[in-house]
Design a protein around this ligand. Sequence first.
Ligand SMILES: Cc1cc2nc3c(=O)[nH]c(=O)nc-3n(C[C@H](O)[C@H](O)[C@H](O)COP(=O)(O)O)c2cc1C
Length: 194
Amino acid sequence: MRTCILMGSLRSDGNTAHLAKYFMERMGELEAEVEYVELRNKKIYPCVGCKCCQDRRGEYGCPQEDDVAEIVDSMLKSDVLVFATPIYTWQATPPTKALMDRMYGLNKYYGKAPREVLNVGQAYALLTSCGYDPDRGGADLLDEVMRRWCKHSGTQYKGMYAFRDKGDPQAFSSAKAQAGARDFADEIIRTCSR
Ligand SMILES: Cc1cc2nc3c(=O)[nH]c(=O)nc-3n(C[C@H](O)[C@H](O)[C@H](O)COP(=O)(O)O)c2cc1C
């Protein structure tokens, strides 16, 4: 089992990074291979909607020259993609959202390439933190985005683990935060049969 964690927090030692650390430790104990990609250090241009990728058969095919092709290579080697992002304005952070848009080229739905999903069946999961109650206005919108995106793009949504930021950064090192992130890793390993 290979997992790629796409860390979209702009704070390398922030709340979401703490959750990802516990998640990753548990994945290691379960002998899953984990790659940790810090998106804030990568050059990720926005999708410009040229749809060139839609004419490229069997390959990602975006002509932009930045770090996304390399990230996509890592993604395609993985069984599970974990989108780790705090909630910013009810959504994923800018680098995460930019990457999500740039993943358009994985679905050949709209151009000359034969209809194909390059990562069909791949598992996606959301690891997040937010200021509001996660299920009541904090992370529920992004959770729904992930669900619809996976349905649209032929991938499997494994759900989210969200932990609330009530203003005490120590809470992200608490037994509760750790247990939640570790249980989420257990659940993903248990339910992934790809
Ligand atoms: C610019 C900005 C926008 C935010 N927007 C939201 C929001 O819409 N909903 C929410 O619940 N929390 C929001 N928050 C709170 C963060 O999601 C929360 O503090 C999170 O734990 C930060 O994680 P980090 O340390 O990984 O950056 C926002 C924080 C910032 C800085």
